[in-house]
Design a protein around this ligand. Structure first.
Ligand code: NDP
Length: 287
């Protein structure tokens, strides 16, 4: 029977590290702060925002909420981003996406300074992930996968990892972070041949195809570690992932949905805010 690797303990450990950093900042009179920019009233966005606010408050991180109506102009959103970008009391910017269709999202993202890009959405952040340099931040979900592996003591060195999914939000950055840990990484996608064989060969599987319960028994073998990144809802409204968790029973361990990788994402975001605050404070001191 596979062990179920929950995200809760991973998030709790990360939150402890973050809270310690916040306390150290408070002693210097600094309060790490995150700006959340939301356009419109989508229930999913509001629920994510409320969750992030609760977590931030518990950690002593200030949140500035910027809410614009769904019919806001591109200019208004740009001005909001510029304000958050220029305000030295704000250390990180989270910009809830996707935006209403009439907006040029790429142009907006480009206005976020990489040092405040705690969600890892700018080109420079991704360049940092690809080059292994401290530019911006890795996308939170890709980083959450790494935190799960770290927490449960997985040494990625030399391991065969298969990442299913090549999006810039999850698959590709996760693959690069794993490569940086000296894993041997294969990235699979919709044109991959013999996907079942590829996945079965892996020591570690990152399931990020965004296909509800796509991975069943035939994909798994004994000794594997399976991280399920997918977030879906079944016909009864119950949350589930890309993996049919019960069918990964041969594996050594599998992360559940809900309560797996997804529950680490907000903890990563908050950790990024405090790291951003640290980098910005250091830069200001040396200016
Ligand atoms: P995308 O739809 O952007 O990308 C999916 C990727 O999977 C694509 O590269 C696609 O290949 C590949 N893929 C799709 N179907 C198959 C298939 N049948 N076989 C092989 N590869 C396939 O999704 P995201 O990367 O944004 O998200 C992936 C999942 O992670 C989603 O379920 C999403 O809800 C979840 N998610 C979870 C988060 C969390 O906090 N846990 C945060 C963000 C996302 P191709 O490129 O060829 O089209």
């Amino acid at each position: 029977m596979a062990e179920i690797w929950k995200g809760g303990p991973v998030a709790a450990a990360l939150n402890e590290e973050t809270a310690a950093r916040v306390r150290a900042f408070q002693e210097q009179g600094i309060r790490p702060a995150l700006a959340i920019i939301r356009v419109g009233e989508k229930p999913d966005d509001i629920s994510y925002e409320n969750g992030a606010c609760r977590r931030a408050e518990a950690l002593g991180i200030t949140v500035f909420r910027f809410t614009l109506p769904a019919n806001a102009s591109q200019r208004e959103v740009e001005e909001t981003i510029d304000h958050a970008a220029e305000d030295p009391a704000i250390h990180g910017i989270l910009f809830l996406r996707p935006l209403p269709r009439h907006m040029d999202e790429e142009r907006l993202v480009r206005r976020i300074p990489p040092q405040k890009d705690v969600d890892g959405v700018t080109d420079l952040s991704l360049a940092g992930v690809f080059a292994g340099k401290e530019l911006g931040f890795a996308p939170c979900t890709a980083q959450a996968c790494m935190e799960v592996l770290r927490h449960y003591g997985v040494d990625c060195r030399g391991k065969r990892v298969v990442v299913v999914g090549r999006s810039l939000v999850v698959g590709r950055p996760a693959a690069m972070l794993l490569l940086a840990q000296n894993a041997t990484v294969t990235i699979c996608h919709t044109r991959t041949e013999n996907l079942v064989d590829r996945v079965r060969e892996a020591d570690i599987v990152i399931a990020a195809a965004g296909q509800r319960q796509m991975f069943g028994r035939e994909y798994f073998r004994s000794g594997q570690i399976v991280l399920d990144v997918g977030i879906h809802f079944d016909e009864n409204g119950k949350m589930c992932g890309d993996v049919r968790t019960a069918e990964a029973e041969e594996a050594q361990a599998v992360t559940p949905v809900p309560g797996g990788v997804g529950s680490v994402t907000t903890a990563v975001l908050m950790s990024h805010v405090t790291i951003a605050a640290g980098r910005q404070t250091k830069n200001r001191k040396t200016e």
